[in-house]
Design a protein around this ligand. Structure first.
Ligand code: AVJ
Length: 340
């Protein structure tokens, strides 16, 4: 009896957790179709969102700790320096929404800042990796008793479409880690317009955006000495082997990362080291590679400050605050929706 009463007064971690999932079929069907489309195209490509299965998400976590990968560390420093100022942009009631939350490690800085002056907080993480979402949610719920989580497993668009049914109060939307860089520049505008549509004038969007800079800093960040990024990239082929009964020999491909200065983007490829034909049984498909032929696996766009201003404006936002690190490598931007 006493136990029950105590439970009532202090909700367990499980009571504070809801998971909203997209159907599993929708996911795997897309993967199969998208792999077929990409590997029968010329030049060949694979969509970078498929880098993040359970193993890929783990490898990405490792990337975030690499000495060469300055992005995560730099963004964390900026957030740590300004978390209280960010928290003060909101009243008592606020929900934190994170698009592509991953392990949500930088998010903790904001959760703690928000909870310094509030008694409870709803957190809505959106991610395509269910395992990462569940793991990070569990850890957050155990650490912060004032936090309630409504997790959405799915793509950003699904998350946005469901958002206003889950959150009624003012919200801080987070789009960290320069994830925006994976969109083509035009797509980035359209994506921010979609975000704008689900926002009220009291909401704010916080975006971390990597800045244009010299390739001597960029290229090692995407081709580290320990080869973690190479394993991250090659995991795409391993995933095709696992999920689509592919027959890729990972030793027959090499990771390559180059900065395209004109386009302002890092490009990742997997180069075939020889002439080879790779069957993918579930697709009833044989993919032929010539020696040196590349699969394009990722673009990671970098922005100048002028480009960030133009991007925000094109999507209907004004930049309310902007912070950079001392070396001007990375930017954290608070965007405010301009009246429609
Ligand atoms: C997830 C978009 C932030 O482009 O920097 C890291 C992914 N790719 N190393 C990036 C990535 C290779 C990353 N983002």
């Amino acid at each position: 009896m006493l136990d029950r009463e105590a439970q009532k007064a202090m909700p367990t971690a499980r009571d504070r957790y809801t998971l909203l999932a997209q159907s599993h079929e929708a996911f795997s069907d897309n993967f199969a179709n998208d792999v077929r489309t990409g590997l029968t195209a010329s030049p060949k490509y694979l969509l970078c969102r498929y880098l993040y299965d359970a193993q890929g998400s783990k490898l990405f976590e490792e990337i975030c700790h690499l000495p060469e990968y300055y992005l995560t560390r730099t963004e964390r420093h900026i957030l740590a320096d300004h978390a209280d100022e960010i928290a003060q942009l909101f009243g008592e009631e606020v929900a934190l929404v994170e698009l592509g939350s991953g392990s949500a490690s930088k998010t903790r800085l904001l959760i703690e800042a928000l909870l310094r002056h509030r008694s409870k907080l709803r957190f809505v993480p959106v991610d395509i990796s269910l395992s990462i979402l569940e793991e990070s949610s569990q850890a957050l719920l155990e650490q912060y008793r004032e936090v309630e989580i409504a997790a959405i497993v799915g793509q950003f668009h699904d998350g946005l479409a469901r958002l206003n049914k889950i959150v009624a109060c003012p919200k801080l939307l987070l789009f960290l880690g320069s994830s925006l860089g994976n969109f083509e520049r035009q797509e980035a505008i359209r994506f921010l317009e979609l975000v704008h549509e689900v926002m009220t004038e009291k909401d704010r969007l916080l975006i971390g955006i990597d800045l244009r800079k010299h390739p001597s800093i960029l290229e090692p960040a995407y081709d580290d000495a320990q080869g973690v990024t190479a394993r991250f990239n090659l995991n795409l082929l391993a995933r095709i082997n696992r999920e689509l009964e592919g027959n890729f020999n990972l030793a027959g491909f090499r990771h390559r990362a180059v900065y395209n200065a004109e386009a302002g983007r890092m490009e990742m490829y997997l180069d075939s080291l020889c002439d080879q034909t790779v069957p993918i049984h579930r697709l009833a498909l044989d993919v032929h590679f010539t020696e040196g032929e590349a699969i394009h696996t990722e673009n990671s766009y970098k922005y100048s400050l002028a480009e960030i201003g133009a991007l925000a404006e094109a999507a209907g936002f004004g930049i309310e605050r902007q912070w950079l690190d001392a070396e001007k490598r990375f930017s954290v931007n608070i965007c405010r929706p301009l009246p429609k």
